[in-house]
Write a protein that binds this ligand. Structure first.
Ligand code: HEC
Length: 131
């Protein structure tokens, strides 16, 4: 599975808390992704990227959440022909800061798509812009 280089064109900062606030997740999208968020249908070539960052232990204990090192990035790429088996989206995760060290590969249908199918009516995307 080939994933294009991660595109960092626009940034939407939003913090999510998993496992007792040990991660910060920051969604990013390219312009096509932005169109999908506006219209509810994501055009071919849309790229959605989630950064999963560690949090600073010290800050957390003080009631603040500051970003630290990157744990991995989760990526979704819209290519309906290539990824027809998984809702038209390619799913992958890259270890640490790497854009080549893949953590998912052929397991995307069970490790990613299986959960994202619950959002079928929203083109398999969970997140939305906060109004
Ligand atoms: C158990 C359910 C579950 C699994 C498994 C899962 N995701 Fe998600 N994913 C979510 C949820 C929930 C969100 C939205 C979080 C939010 O914005 O609050 C999300 C968000 C995302 C986003 C941002 C776009 C969106 O849909 O909001 C990407 C990219 C993503 N996931 C990729 C992946 C990849 C790649 C995998 C497999 C390695 C994966 N996900 C596995 C539940 C899941």
């Amino acid at each position: 599975m080939l994933i294009p280089p991660i595109v960092r064109m626009r940034t939407v900062r939003r913090k999510l808390f998993f496992n007792g606030a040990t991660h910060v997740a920051t969604p990013r999208k390219n312009d096509k992704g932005m169109e999908g968020y506006r219209t509810g249908r994501f055009p071919e070539g849309s790229i959605l990227v989630y950064d999963f960052l560690k949090t600073e232990d010290d800050a957390y204990s003080e009631g603040r959440t500051n970003e630290s090192a990157r744990r991995f990035t989760s990526v979704m790429v819209k290519d309906s022909k290539r990824y027809s088996a998984t809702g038209g989206w390619g799913f992958e995760e890259f270890r640490g800061d790497s854009q080549t060290d893949r953590m998912i590969g052929a397991e995307a249908p069970t490790k990613c798509y299986a959960c994202h199918t619950s959002q079928k009516d929203r083109d398999y995307v969970f997140s939305a812009f906060r109004k």
